[in-house]
Write a protein that binds this ligand. Structure first.
Ligand SMILES: [Zn+2]
Length: 369
């Protein structure tokens, strides 16, 4: 098991670099979507804008005509006296009378999003303003309706644990939290919900669960919540259950003063004035190890190094300490192997260097053990 742990440990730095790339890619994508959305959502003066009909005619077939109407243009806080929701990211559901229901990710009276209703004439009614308290905040997913027009949905933040909620909104606007996610049982439910004929509700969370890689959950009509599946991620996906994230985890935050457990957090705080405070008054910061800071769990790491008989480093520059010296610590008694596209700076410390792509080299290497 110790062998596995070090393998994962040394791939971590490569993983975190990959994560930054992913973050950059996602940011670019979001930016593109935001720009596209700004153009597409226009609707400058609000409700009722009407556009010319487009007609498509194929010889020998029917003619189909579509009219495009803007039923409602969300104003958020552009109307300060009567703020409504903004950025309705999730789709909508329709009841038998043609009313549309959905959630707006942001704005509303408390800035934490809303549940809204649009009637057939385009009139918007805000059914609930989220507070980011026990009721949740920032609803992201597509809700569902039951046969009595109760609405079920999720928020990705807030709730008793701060990991999001699964809520029910009845027809008179009363909101009940059916489940507050705890992290271990799910975190940040952002996918849509589905409801079967028996009234069971199913959904997913983006994070949380055994490996913080998300879960599939089920909520019975009697309120019983069950995790049906907990996703494993890399490096946990390989089956390692004792991974040490010595440089922390990018998608977690912690308090810079007290000892509260690091928690999942993908929020971007900009400008810095928005940096939140912990209940203790400390500042919330990324749960990562910056240059000059002490990596986590070094005691545990060196205990494992003292016991190991096979040491594999995957994709490291071999420059950054203290990780660059781990191989020197074990070289007297362990088989030391490097795998990566080019030689690391500390290549001479390894007994074997396998140059190539890890995804191609490692299966053969492990198969030879
Ligand atoms: Zn604190």
């Amino acid at each position: 098991m110790g062998f596995d742990m070090r393998k994962q440990l040394l791939t971590f730095r490569a993983c975190i670099a990959l994560r930054w790339l992913l973050v950059a890619a996602v940011c670019s994508l979001l930016f593109a979507v935001a720009c596209g959305g700004a153009q597409n959502n226009g609707g400058s003066s609000g409700e009722g804008a009407c556009f010319p009909a487009a007609s498509v005619v194929y010889p020998g077939t029917q003619s189909v005509t579509y009219n495009f109407n803007v039923l409602h243009s969300f104003a958020g806080h552009l109307l300060p006296a009567t703020p409504e929701g903004g950025h309705p990211y999730a789709g909508m559901v329709m009841d038998g009378a043609g009313n549309l229901y959905g959630t707006a990710l942001s704005d509303g009276a408390n800035y934490f999003g809303t549940v809204y209703k649009i009637d057939a004439h385009g009139h918007e009614t805000t059914l609930h303003n989220f507070t980011d308290g026990t009721d949740g905040g920032f609803p992201w997913s597509l809700p569902v309706l039951d046969n009595d027009c109760n609405l079920y949905g999720t928020t990705q933040n807030g709730g008793a644990g701060g990991y999001g909620t699964l809520f029910k909104l009845d027809t008179v606007g009363h909101l009940t939290v059916l489940h507050a996610f705890s992290g271990a049982d799910g975190n940040a439910p952002r996918g849509g919900l589905i409801r079967d004929a028996s009234g069971n509700i199913y959904g997913t969370t983006e994070f949380g669960g055994v490996s913080d890689m998300g879960v599939v959950f089920k909520l019975n009509p009697d309120g019983t919540y069950t995790v049906l599946h907990s996703f494993n991620g890399a490096p946990e996906q390989a089956g390692s259950i004792r991974v040490v994230h010595m440089h922390g985890e990018l998608f977690k935050s912690r308090c810079d003063r007290c000892t509260r457990t690091p928690f999942h957090d993908t929020t971007t705080y900009d400008p810095p004035i928005q940096m939140p405070r912990c209940d203790c008054g400390g500042r919330i910061r990324p749960h990562i190890c910056w240059f000059g800071e002490m990596p986590f769990e070094l005691d545990r790491i060196f205990r494992a190094l003292d016991e190991c008989t096979v040491f594999i480093a995957v994709g490291t520059s071999g420059v950054v300490e203290p990780a660059a010296s781990f191989v020197a610590h074990v070289v007297e008694r362990a088989r030391t192997i490097y795998v990566g596209p080019e030689e690391p700076a500390n290549a001479s410390a390894f007994t074997e260097c396998h140059l190539g792509k890890a995804g191609e080299m490692l299966p053969d290497l492990f198969g030879s053990f």
